[in-house]
Design a protein around this ligand. Structure first.
Ligand code: DGL
Length: 280
């Protein structure tokens, strides 16, 4: 063969234009949908917010698992190629059970990609703030310690933050006082990195940064999770090659306040919520 001939080999790449399914207990998971849309504008998405059962953070594992399985079934009936659990509480309590029940579909949680990112950063004391159920599950601490036993993890339940954000209290005096009163707790005084372990918390990331004035690095999940999903779908040749992404946003209980708040969680401007009753 003439070595001067530039031989190019083209491999046929496969694509999958089915939507990605995303769910949360409510509208907080829209921050994760936002991260996915920013990174993968070609992907169609079906979002389901279980507003009828919000908050998950104060419910038992059994109950959260039942809701999470019902929603996963709905997403799969709607032809989703993957499920992103855009809720830390459901990621902590229902990830394994969803994977086991639906082995044919790709399932992503919001905890593992963040854990893998923080253990790379070589920090020695990491704080986690999250709902009561996520903290009780101890999932962040267990997963971090499994990968790096030298890291200390300090976990703090911050249950007032979700209702505060849902009610629109951020960047004001009320949110400032509540955030300061949690972050000034003595157990968090030695941390050098803080994981925002709830998908609502990206909305208060700037206030938390201002509180620490650069002393503590703040980690939230939307970009990290979007990268993980994108890399993995690419590896499996399951990315979409469509020019027309289509987004559907469903909730299990539609109220004026959810409708009014949804836009604060996502940059996509045409968001319209539709109600689907999965539980009657
Ligand atoms: N967005 C949920 C999470 O990430 C918290 C909201 C709830 O308690 O349902 O844990």
């Amino acid at each position: 063969m003439n070595p001067d001939i530039n031989v190019r080999i083209f491999f046929a790449m496969n694509y999958d234009n089915r939507p990605i399914g995303i769910f949360d207990s409510g509208i907080g998971g829209l921050t994760i949908a936002d991260g996915l849309i920013q990174l993968m504008p070609q992907e169609s998405m079906i979002y389901f917010g279980d507003t009828q059962h919000l908050p998950y953070g104060d419910k038992s594992a059994k109950t959260v698992q039942r809701y999470a399985l019902g929603i996963s079934e709905f997403l799969l009936k709607n032809n989703c190629k993957a499920i992103v659990i855009a809720c830390n509480t459901a990621s902590a309590l229902a990830f394994d059970i969803i994977k086991e029940k639906f082995p044919e579909v790709k399932v992503y949680n919001v905890i593992d990609p963040v854990v893998e990112e923080v253990i790379e950063s070589k920090k020695s004391t990491i704080g986690v703030i999250a709902t009561r159920a996520t903290i009780k599950s101890d999932m962040y601490a267990q997963k971090i310690k499994k990968l790096n036993p030298q890291i200390s993890v300090i976990s703090l339940a911050t249950p007032l933050l979700v209702p505060m954000i849902e009610e629109g209290f951020h960047n004001n005096n009320v949110s400032h006082d509540i955030i300061s009163s949690y972050l000034s707790k003595v157990e968090l005084s030695k941390i050098d990195e803080l994981i925002l372990g709830c998908t609502h918390y990206p909305l208060i990331k700037e206030e938390i940064k201002q509180y620490y004035k650069g002393r503590v690095q703040i980690i939230d999940s939307p970009t990290i999770v979007a990268k993980r999903v994108s890399n993995d779908l690419q590896k499996c040749e399951m990315l979409s090659n469509s020019n027309e992404a289509n987004y559907q946003f469903y909730v299990s209980d539609l109220t004026d306040s959810f409708e009014a708040s949804a836009g604060r969680f996502i940059h996509y401007s045409n968001i319209q919520l539709d109600e689907v009753k999965l539980w009657g």
